[in-house]
Ligand binder design. Sequence first.
Ligand code: RIB
Ligand code: CA
Length: 310
Amino acid sequence: MAPKKIIIDCDPGIDDALAITLAHGSPALEILGITTVGGNVNLAYTTGNALRLREFLGFPGVPVTAGSAGALMRTPVDAAEVHGELGLGGARLPEATLPPREGHAADFIIETLRAAPGEVTLVAIGPLTNVALALLKEPRIVDWAREFAILGGSYTRGNFSPAAEFNIAADPEAAAIVFGAGWTVTMIGLDVSRQALAVGSVVDRMREMGRLGTELLLPCVEFYGMVTADEGPAVHDACAIAYLIDPTLVAVKPAVVRVETAGRYTSGMTVTDFNLADRPPNALVGTSLDVPRFWDLVLKVYEDVAHRIG
Ligand code: RIB
Ligand code: CA
């Protein structure tokens, strides 16, 4: 079967880096482009990290296009305390030698989807500002995209606040535009990704992965959270990519999702109603992850990438 063509909009970011590694290594996916947004760290760093990852992992021909530095209407927030000041935890990849593509991420998204209507999947694993701008500029992308998935939101509790997940909370207005655009958003939220813990047995496998392990995976994961036999950091973004590789890994349910933009304590909450009551769903919401098969897939792909880069 031909690989699924994807655009990854991201804010690398530790788990973004793990997700990009998975997407690059999987024969089921073909990355047409990476677009970057300010989020975990500022746009200069998220873009620089995407450029470093592109060369370290070995896909220099894939364009990296920078997008929005901050939210549509809000003061920028970041998660440097979680991802490190440079954004990749303890990883210090070699400087990139190739520049980003000229132009704005929103235009790259529009033009790539326009050029191949119905063929390209858009996946956003950072704040949704670039996707919202693309929608505002060219609403027809909802018809051109083969599929649209995000890592973001939660129908239970948040992580940025008790109510809101970081990617949504960073730009609630953008998320409201995205969920109200008329397409179906596959929302892989914290309810799924909190199950994807890099516990001790996972990290032990990463130790056997040569340069990929020592220069990227381990300095990322071990910075991201405490690792014990039963606990570890949740590799959130990788869940969205794993879903695109094998949708059977995630159970999804149709829902009506609305984004709170006015709440004093709930701004950025993805208010998820599984009771459709004859309303058309605007989202497929992830409810559970097949954890053993998730890690089987991820670690097998990582071993393949490790073999390629030596
Ligand atoms: O809440 C998790 C999400 O926020 C992930 O995309 C992580 O990279 C951060 O951006
Ligand atoms: Ca991210």
